[in-house]
Design a protein around this ligand. Structure first.
Ligand code: ADP
Length: 645
């Protein structure tokens, strides 16, 4: 039987303390051969765990020389250490550190998963390991439903699933009753007989009796290597096969190999997120609110602009307003109207003189009889019949418009549907007398609809010929799409010598102004939701940062099992991505519902901001990852030896 020296410590010391340093381990020398079963005993606080942490590469702040299979540990890079922990050592601690919310299988798969084994291999290794520790039947049970002894056997299964050469056990029976304890020790003995080197730390001499060799630590000094108990206990021969096999596996650190791990990191992250539903839901809610705000802003903004655009589009394409110089009389205005009407692509030209409230002083009764009269609730305008027709005004009765056009009809008025009531004029109240600008007018009809000048339904409209001195505008209706070119042509046509005196505007100018306002609104809402998003990132980040503290043991265990710092960080980033994505998808639905609701209330047709919808999940992923960045860096720095004590 070939026995090779596997672990060799020479003059190893470990100091603690800042200014006043003291030795937790002092100049310890020790050789452990392949296939041995060694117990390290000593009272609490004597330095046993410190020694085990050094042996298992969980600690590296020591002095002295440590060789594994003849290779000096000093030459190992950080990745080498992670790899050695992952492939050479198995760890069993006093507490099982099993994740209570995961199945026994999932818990036992931690090591092979960290090694990047395929799911199929993981499954095989886990089955073998569970079978070995007698938990073959309990693979699907949640760890929290296992007894203390079973959980410790699960911890052993987790340790041996990676087929380690050396099993390091720190008080493995510390929490167990004597029956469960002898069960666990019997198991370790069995593993040792199959060729695994076993190093057990204990303060219990009954446990130590299972070992071939007992070392004793007191006050940091590795005292005596007591007589080999093997001779007493009659140990069966160990298989030389495993004992002499080479252990330094090549480290697979290629980019492609690390890529192979990403589903494992993602699966772990999904497990972490789903096993803490309340915390995850709170984090997701923060992202959801921000995202809902963003989608609502985009949705309402788009619907509003669309609404405004639709209302103005027609007018913008075929309507021009011309302001006639002050002082020009009605006749000149009518001549101008005729001139414009003769331009190509002009359909009709109307005259409109909006009257200010003081000039109009419209009322139901003459001024001197208006005691107690209510204030007139609308506006007053003087127009010609062409304006009525180009505004597409409809009246009741329909022939009222013909009468309106009749120059011999005298002082007559049309009353908008909405003001008729205010003036106390009922449907059948044709012929009622109202007063405009101090003169009586006889109502000849009610304006029921005016799609191209909606304000007319809240106005009293009188013929422009009855108020010839009022300053007025010419309203030009063109063929669709010609408003801009006609607007350019009108000043020259009316005043070839001084075209600048004529000011024209198309409703298009107005439209761009209104769209601009809608965009301002959208911008404002977006910046508010961006602020919300920043807040979500901040709060998620701080919550995750705090959670690192409560997850120290879980993270330290993964590190002990060889998960690299990058791996720990990756799991956190994945958690952030999952939370951010789920939150943003929830927010997206909420935001859509909100914008549809707002549009419905406003009577608009809801417009989906597709671009925003498409980028929302991406924004969720990025902001989630961002929020996990600092927690990930913090988690990656967890010292495995500190975390598991
Ligand atoms: P044992 O495992 O024998 O109970 P430990 O190896 O855990 O003892 O500890 C040995 C001594 O080193 C104890 O006095 C303990 O308080 C101290 N010690 C262990 N780890 C640290 C640490 N990270 N910082 C300071 N002192 C420590």
């Amino acid at each position: 039987m070939t026995i090779a020296t596997q672990l060799s410590l020479r003059n190893i010391s470990r100091r603690y303390g800042e200014q006043r340093q003291w030795f937790a381990i002092k100049e310890a020398s020790l050789e452990i051969e392949s296939g041995e079963f060694v117990a390290i005993i000593g009272p609490s606080g004597s330095g046993k765990s410190t020694l085990l942490n050094i042996l298992g590469l969980l600690d590296n702040a020591w002095e002295g020389t440590y060789e594994i299979n003849g290779v000096n540990v000093d030459t190992f890079s950080r990745t080498d250490r992670d790899m050695f922990r992952s492939r050479m050592f198995g760890f069993v601690f006093q507490s099982s550190y099993a994740n209570p919310y995961e199945s026994a299988r999932r818990n036992a798969a931690l090591g092979p998963a960290i090694q990047g084994e395929s799911l199929q291999t993981q499954s095989q290794l886990v089955s073998d390991a569970l079978e070995t520790v007698g938990l073959g039947e309990k693979g699907e049970s949640l760890a929290r439903n296992l007894s203390g002894g079973e959980r410790q056997r699960l911890a052993i299964a987790r340790a041996i699933a990676t087929k380690p050469r050396i099993l390091l056990a720190d008080e493995p029976t510390g929490n167990l009753d004597s029956e469960a304890a002898s069960n666990v020790m019997g198991l370790l003995r069995e593993l040792n007989q199959r060729g695994t080197t076993v190093i057990v730390i204990t303060h219990d001499s009954a446990v130590a009796k299972y070992a071939d060799r007992i070392l004793e630590v007191e006050d940091g000094v590795l005292r005596a290597q007591s007589q080999a108990i093997a001779q007493v206990l009659e140990v069966s021969e160990k298989s030389a096969e495993t004992a002499s096999s080479p252990v330094v596996t090549t480290v697979k650190t290629s980019f492609w190999h690390s890529l192979r791990w990403w589903p494992e990191h993602a699966i772990r992250a999904i497990n972490n997120v789903s096993s803490r539903p309340l915390r995850s839901a709170t984090l997701m809610a923060a992202f959801a609110i921000a995202m809902a705000g963003m989608i609502t802003a985009a949705g309402i903004g788009a619907s509003a602009s669309q609404q405004i655009a639709v209302r103005l589009a027609t007018a913008a394409l075929d309507e021009v307003r011309v302001s006639v110089p002050v002082g020009s009389n009605l006749e000149t205005r009518m001549q101008s109207a005729q001139t414009i009407k003769h331009l190509d692509h002009v359909l009709n030209v109307g005259i409109v003189a909006p009257l200010d409230a003081l000039t109009a002083s419209t009322s139901r009764f003459a001024q001197f009889t208006t005691v107690g009269d209510t204030v007139f609730p609308g506006s007053t305008a003087a127009v010609d019949e062409a304006a009525l027709s180009l505004f597409e005004v409809r009246t009741h009765p329909a022939q009222a418009q013909e009468l309106f056009a009749d120059p011999t009809a005298g002082n007559i008025a049309l009353v908008g549907r909405d003001v008729a009531q205010g003036l106390g004029i009922s449907e059948g109240g044709i012929g009622t007398e109202i007063w405009v600008s101090g003169r009586p007018y006889s109502v000849i009809g009610i304006i029921t609809d005016a799609p191209r000048a909606e304000n007319l339904v809240t106005s009293v409209v009188v013929p422009v010929r009855s108020l010839p001195e009022q300053p007025s505008q010419l309203i030009v209706r063109t063929e669709s799409g010609f408003s801009a070119s006609i607007a350019d042509a009108i000043p020259l046509a009316l005043s070839p010598s001084a075209p600048a005196e004529i000011s024209v505007s198309t409703t298009g100018d107005l439209r761009s102004l209104r769209v601009g306002v809608a965009q301002d609104l959208e911008g404002l809402l977006s910046s508010i939701s961006l602020a919300l998003l920043a807040l979500a990132v901040l709060s998620a980040s701080s919550a995750m940062f705090l959670s690192v503290q409560t997850r120290i043991q879980e993270l330290a265990l993964s590190r002990a099992l060889g998960l690299s710092q990058r791996g720990v960080a990756a799991v956190f980033i994945w958690e952030g991505i999952i939370v951010g994505l789920a939150g943003s998808v929830a927010g997206l639905s909420l935001g859509l519902a909100a914008s549809v609701a707002v549009s419905a209330v406003q009577g608009w047709s809801a417009v989906m901001p597709w671009a925003t919808l498409a980028v929302a999940p991406l924004v969720g992923i990025l902001s989630g990852a961002l929020s996990a960045l600092f927690p990930a860096l913090r988690a990656a720095r967890i010292d495995p030896a500190e975390g598991i004590r």
